[in-house]
Design a protein around this ligand. Structure first.
Ligand SMILES: Nc1ncnc2c1ncn2[C@@H]1O[C@H](COP(=O)(O)OP(=O)(O)OP(=O)(O)O)[C@@H](O)[C@H]1O
Ligand SMILES: *[C@@H]1O[C@H](CO)[C@@H](O)[C@H](O)[C@H]1NC(C)=O
Ligand SMILES: *[C@@H]1O[C@H](CO)[C@@H](O)[C@H](O)[C@H]1NC(C)=O
Ligand SMILES: *[C@@H]1O[C@H](CO)[C@@H](O)[C@H](O)[C@H]1NC(C)=O
Ligand SMILES: *[C@@H]1O[C@H](CO)[C@@H](O)[C@H](O)[C@H]1NC(C)=O
Ligand SMILES: *[C@@H]1O[C@H](CO)[C@@H](O)[C@H](O)[C@H]1NC(C)=O
Ligand SMILES: *[C@@H]1O[C@H](CO)[C@@H](O)[C@H](O)[C@H]1NC(C)=O
Ligand SMILES: *[C@@H]1O[C@H](CO)[C@@H](O)[C@H](O)[C@H]1NC(C)=O
Length: 304
């Protein structure tokens, strides 16, 4: 249908993951089952998942010119994620997350340090040739600059017959001004944390309650851990996809990013909301059954 790219804007970082059979007790010295040095970051994760499903994918963000960034670049190359428009910064270090996984039930505890790498600026974004993209997704980080980047896309869409679809993720309810992003996406992902932070106790009530704040025609999607995910279409119909249970849950780290990657990929292919939610849940559930991401898309039978 199109050889245009899906672009994911946000963070790529280094993850140092230590897998333990129990969560360690403070001030003790315990052995991990295994340790992994992975490329992480929400947008980085979503890029790799969407690329494995097929079709050209690009990551956009800042990357430190630092030895740890080689892990990030090698991983993108391995999964055929393009990153040539990233802004490379000298004299700063790679943002890093230290993560402890409790392998008994798959929980992940994350400590993140950004090591003073600057955020992507509006100026960096404005250098893109927007004709190359069919879909642009934003991890809602610096709200002010995301608002300006979206204005650039809206202006492009005004004069183009090939509209770019915009999706946005609202994850942290306490992020300043984050609600300003609600009316800007054609597809808006809200996290369970965000929904609960706004007083909703179920995914469905959040979808109904927040609907009035969206742009007309927009889709609103809210994943809810092992309950699966819900989505509301422009006509107000609500769809639910159950979670897909792997044999054993070992690593839920990045389940949300994986879900987003599957949904964005499916919608960009022209699938409907209900189908896209099912694909997102299946790939995210399969991911929870393995460490990291590699090969997660090979296992999706419904796509072949
Ligand atoms: N324990 C689980 N078993 C099966 N599927 C799961 C489980 N946890 C999450 N998922 C799948 O992942 C999707 C996203 O989950 P959730 O909203 O909990 O992610 P998240 O907390 O944002 O993850 P992260 O922040 O680590 O990326 C769910 O809709 C579901 O399909
Ligand atoms: C780790 O998982 C085990 C098994 O479910 C649980 O008993 C323990 O409390 C978990 N620890 C933490 C800190 O989540
Ligand atoms: C894992 O165990 C902890 C502590 O018992 C609990 O809080 C958490 O909800 C469990 N997580 C999952 C994914 O089962
Ligand atoms: C890192 O944190 C500093 C200080 O909070 C902030 O100015 C900078 O924009 C952040 N960078 C990234 C990439 O998040
Ligand atoms: C922008 O991208 C389009 C599509 O790939 C291409 O046809 C066009 O020449 C590019 N424009 C510039 C200025 O590079
Ligand atoms: C967020 O973006 C605005 C506008 O681009 C910029 O002025 C501001 O410094 C940025 N804030 C952080 C924390 O990076
Ligand atoms: C869109 O077209 C209008 C009218 O021709 C023009 O004024 C405007 O600058 C164009 N915008 C962009 C982003 O090309
Ligand atoms: C992205 O996925 C990797 C590999 O599983 C994981 O180490 C990382 O923490 C995830 N990052 C986020 C922000 O979810």
């Amino acid at each position: 249908m199109t050889d245009k790219r899906v672009l994911l804007v946000g963070l790529a970082c280094l993850d140092i993951v230590s897998v333990h059979d129990h969560y360690p007790i403070e001030d003790t010295d315990s052995r991990s089952i295994k340790q992994l040095f992975n490329r992480g970051g929400n947008a980085g994760n979503t890029s790799v998942v969407a690329s494995q499903l097929g079709g050209p994918v690009e990551y956009l963000g800042t990357i430190a010119s630092h030895v740890f960034s080689e892990i990030i670049k090698k991983d993108f190359q391995q999964y055929n994620v393009k990153f040539e428009n990233c802004r490379f910064h000298e004299n700063c270090e790679t943002p890093t997350s230290c993560v402890i996984i409790n392998a008994t039930n798959g929980t992940r505890t994350i400590c993140h340090g950004n090591n003073s790498l600057p955020e992507l600026s509006v100026d960096d974004f404005s250098k893109l040739n927007l004709s190359k993209y069919s879909w642009i997704h934003f991890e809602g980080r610096n709200i002010t600059s995301v608002l300006e980047m979206i204005t650039i896309i809206e202006n492009f869409n005004l004069n183009s017959t090939d509209h770019i679809r915009i999706s946005i993720e609202l994850e942290k309810p306490k992020a300043k001004d984050i609600d300003k992003l609600l009316p800007l996406g054609h597809v808006v992902f809200i996290s369970k944390d965000y929904a609960m932070g706004r007083g909703y106790t179920t995914s469905e009530s959040a979808l109904s309650g927040l609907n009035g704040k969206l742009r007309s025609g927009a889709l609103l999607i809210c994943a809810w851990g092992d309950k699966g995910a819900w989505g509301r279409n422009a006509d107000g119909a609500i769809f639910h996809a159950p979670a897909f249970s792997p044999e054993k849950v070992v690593d839920t780290l990045g389940a949300g990013d994986t879900f987003n990657g599957g949904v964005i990929w499916a919608l960009n292919q022209g699938q409907d909301l209900s189908e896209a939610l099912n694909i997102g849940c299946e790939i995210a559930g399969r991911k929870c059954g393995i460490y990291g991401f590699s090969g997660v898309a090979d296992k999706i039978n419904c796509l072949k």
